[in-house]
Design a protein around this ligand. Structure first.
Ligand code: ZN
Length: 350
């Protein structure tokens, strides 16, 4: 047993380390695979537009508690192998990879249900075309972060560190619970932190889903040490990056302070688009090009470049993880949290 415990402890320690890394880097297109901001073609039809219209086949019946053990999911691991495993095992790895274990238990449960729903969406509603032989992959930029050591630690059993026990409890105590819209699992995307309001999916990806619309999110700078961030870019660097991406960007005046203009905002207050070098750049592209944590940004000219001051982190669509944690700290249950972020859903299997 001692050996198993050490494996569990090691797994938990690694899970903590990974969650720190992930929370610092913060959920970007996490959980969303078809229209990643990093490489989505502008104007391309995104996957967000066609969920929930999967013909009129009867949705599979699930029994709620116990179904995590009975449901098999195919996971494309980081080393390229496809592993078939119980959904519960996979989810322990996802929760460990996606959310700091120090978060409130109800936030961890909301994360577990969102991750379960996302997996079911890929299994039953819209398979991920990036890897047809696997339902999900371990790449957080494509599907969801997944920590195989946490999963292995759970499978090995034995005693767990408090952090690992919290993660396991979040999965087990929500066994079989998922979020439905129109009777089907939803595209349960999430992100690290919002800036007051979440985004409309249509404003970020071009395809609007009725349950991914802008709502208030309660986290404050005090809830999230990385809430505000600043990224400085010199004028030369700015022009180089833009012209690398847009060959026809050639309108550069003598004063760099005039290079960014026509800043348009989404209804939720994030940058929808700017004009630079004579071309229009969407907020999502701008964010990807300059590694900004969020499109909730102020752009401040410095004379020889710009400082982007961002609020929150991630694409801003769906559940905010820090917002979920703030809600949980105020007494909300996981189902309340999910209903707050995914408009009009039903919680099934509880
Ligand atoms: Zn994937």
């Amino acid at each position: 047993m001692k050996k198993l415990y050490m494996i569990s402890a090691l797994a938990a320690a690694l899970a903590v380390a990974l969650t720190i890394v992930f929370s610092a880097r913060v959920a970007d297109t996490r959980g969303y695979s078809l229209a990643r901001e990093g490489d989505a073609q502008e104007g391309e039809e995104s996957g967000a537009g066609d969920g929930g219209e999967n013909g009129d086949a009867e949705p599979p019946q699930r029994e709620g508690a116990g179904s995590d053990a009975a449901t098999q999911v195919r996971v494309l691991e980081a080393d390229g192998t496809v592993s078939k495993m119980a959904l519960g095992e996979y989810l322990v790895g996802v929760v460990a990879g996606e959310m700091p274990a120090a978060f409130e238990p109800e936030a961890l449960r909301a994360q577990a249900v969102a991750a379960r729903t996302m997996a079911l969406y890929r299994m039953e509603v819209e398979p991920n075309p990036r890897h047809p032989d696997a339902d999900v992959c371990a790449d957080p930029a494509c599907c969801m972060a997944y920590d195989p050591l946490a999963r292995a630690g759970w499978s090995a059993g034995g005693e767990y560190t408090p952090d690992m026990a919290k993660i396991i409890d979040a999965v087990r105590s929500t066994d079989g619970v998922w979020a439905a819209y129109g009777g089907e699992p939803i595209l349960a995307v999430f992100h690290s932190s919002s800036a007051g309001r979440t985004e409309n999916s249509g404003d970020v990806w071009g395809g609007e889903l009725p349950y991914l619309v802008s709502v208030d999110s309660p986290e404050t700078p005090g809830d999230n040490p990385g809430y505000t961030a600043a990224a400085a870019v010199t004028a030369d660097e700015f022009r180089r990056v833009v012209t690398d991406e847009y060959a026809d960007a050639d309108a550069w005046g003598d004063d760099p302070g005039t290079w960014i203009s026509d800043v348009a905002y989404t209804a939720a207050g994030r940058i929808a688009a700017v004009k630079a070098g004579g071309v229009t750049i969407t907020g999502g592209r701008l964010r990807a090009m300059f590694g900004l944590k969020s499109t909730a940004a102020d752009i401040e000219p410095t004379g020889d470049g710009f400082i982007f001051v961002t609020r929150g982190s991630g694409h801003g669509v769906g559940m905010s993880q820090y917002g979920a944690n703030a809600m949980a700290a105020s007494g909300a249950g996981y189902a309340d949290i999910l209903r707050a972020y995914y408009t009009g859903i039903e919680i099934k299997g509880a």
